[in-house]
Design a binder for this molecule. Structure first.
Ligand code: GLU
Length: 452
């Protein structure tokens, strides 16, 4: 058993599915605790369920945690440790702490099976949980429970106890869905003469409807969040502060700072709500911290791909002018893709089509809209091409006229003729991006549409 006092925690996912939010949170909490205490993280792939465990899921969990910037010091697979469990089982039987019992098979009624049962002293077991305080279970009702399906086939709880002891785990930090497993595991530990690790059971996350977090409320694979363009730092930050208030009360906090401030006693006793809107807010804060150049390169890459997919001719000069506007509008990279996929930005790259009835705006009429557009056309014709990229110049050019005639009556038709959208950025910005010729052409097309 453990001879040194070094903190050692385990991260023991079952690779029976992709790495999801709960899995990542288990890793983050254990990681923070270990790092805070100069300890080690032991990754243990609990792959004993041969039917449901796959190498693909294991790889996905590893990749997802690496993406989040987490690492571990040692790695084990339960499927490769069967001999160790068998030896412990044999010693338990030899010391008469467990016995082989020939019983009617549950799987195949009518046939006999040899299971191994623990001689349960049936005492009250109390353990002090680092988050929840003392917890007592009366273990009498567990009876002589089964610890192995046969002398060579130990069950999950047995393997966990042997692993935790052999790997010198000092702290078992896990979700409170495992509380009821703890007395059983303690009884096995005691029978094997192992030291008891310290336990900490944290409450599981809840969905926004306060029910157990599910796929519907956001407990989807980390890979999906990653593919949608969430930033690893933002994701890590949000998951870490769910159910934990750092000493400084800061919400936006780096991994280094989290390690510094981590105290397991500060984990909340009630379940925290995982809220995708809040996650989006975190992501936006991190997106705003990216250096401009870096943001632009990523944004342009996404734009080129998404606009080309829509069959629009790519124009990198136009796209470059959209970067700052988009930075204001998106929280996650997938928002940008969505804006483009939904055609919200097409008008920057190709002339829009019009719903004639919408050109004048709600309060205007076709006749006056045509008059206003005609007036704007003349004003704009006087702006030199070289000045046209300046939003302010365009604004100044048309502003006096718009104020005189009514800003809504003038600017709605102007904006709509440039974009074909009821909602869009202001017309001065759009005009400065698409350029003088496109503006002239679009305004004239809108006038024709109004006057036929
Ligand atoms: N393999 C278990 C799970 O993924 C973890 C068990 C434990 O922490 O003891 O839920």
């Amino acid at each position: 058993m453990g001879t040194s006092n070094k903190v050692r925690v385990r991260f023991p996912p079952s690779p029976t599915g992709f790495c999801h939010v709960g899995t990542a949170r288990m890793a983050i909490i254990n990681f923070l605790f270990a790092k805070k205490n100069n300890g080690a993280v032991i990754f243990r792939s609990e792959d004993t369920d041969k039917e449901r465990s796959t190498a693909e899921f294991e790889t996905d969990i590893i990749d997802s945690l690496h993406w989040l910037g987490l690492e571990w010091d040692e790695f084990y697979r339960q499927s490769e440790r069967t001999d160790i469990y068998r030896q412990s089982l044999a010693s338990l039987i030899a010391s008469d702490k467990a016995y082989v019992s020939e019983e009617e098979s549950k799987k195949e009624p009518g046939t006999k099976a040899r299971v191994v049962r623990l001689r349960n002293p049936g005492t009250k077991v109390t353990f002090s949980d680092l988050i929840r305080g003392d917890i007592t279970f009366d273990t009498a009702e567990l009876g002589d429970f089964v610890v192995a399906r046969s002398e060579t086939d130990p069950l999950y709880h047995f393997a966990v106890v042997v692993d935790d002891a052999q790997l010198n785990i000092t702290h078992v930090i896990r979700g409170d869905d495992h509380i009821s497993n703890t007395p059983r595991q303690i009884l096995i530990q005691e029978a094997l003469g192992f030291e008891r690790p310290l336990y900490a059971h944290y409450p599981l996350l809840l969905g926004t409807d306060k029910s157990k977090l599910s796929k519907r409320t956001g407990d989807t694979a980390i890979r999906d969040y990653r593919e949608n363009g969430y930033l690893a730092d933002a994701f890590l930050n949000y998951i870490a502060i769910l159910g934990w208030t750092p000493k400084s009360q800061r919400e936006l906090i780096s991994l280094e700072e989290m390690i510094d401030e981590f105290d397991i006693g500060d984990l909340h006793k009630s379940g925290a709500v995982f809220d995708i809107e809040k996650l989006r807010w975190f992501n936006r804060q991190y997106l705003l911290k990216i250096p401009h150049q870096e943001f632009a390169v990523s944004a342009l890459g996404i734009m080129e791909e998404a606009f080309s997919k829509r069959g629009l001719k790519w124009n990198s000069d136009i796209a470059a002018k959209l970067v700052d506007m988009l930075w204001e509008r998106i929280s996650v990279w997938s928002d940008l893709r969505q804006l483009i996929d939904e055609g919200e930005l097409d008008y920057f790259f190709s002339d829009p089509t019009y719903d004639k009835g919408l050109i004048p705006g709600k309060k205007g009429n076709a006749e006056s809209a045509a008059v206003h557009l005609g007036a704007l056309q003349k004003l704009i014709a006087d702006v030199p091409e070289s000045e046209f990229s300046k939003t302010d110049t365009i604004k100044q050019t048309v502003w006096a006229y718009a104020e005189k005639e009514g800003t809504g009556a003038v600017l709605w038709p102007f904006r709509y003729s440039l974009t074909g959208k009821e909602r869009s950025p202001d017309p001065f910005f759009v005009a400065s991006v698409i350029g003088k010729q496109s503006v002239a052409r679009r305004v004239s097309t809108a006038i024709s549409a109004l006057t036929v």
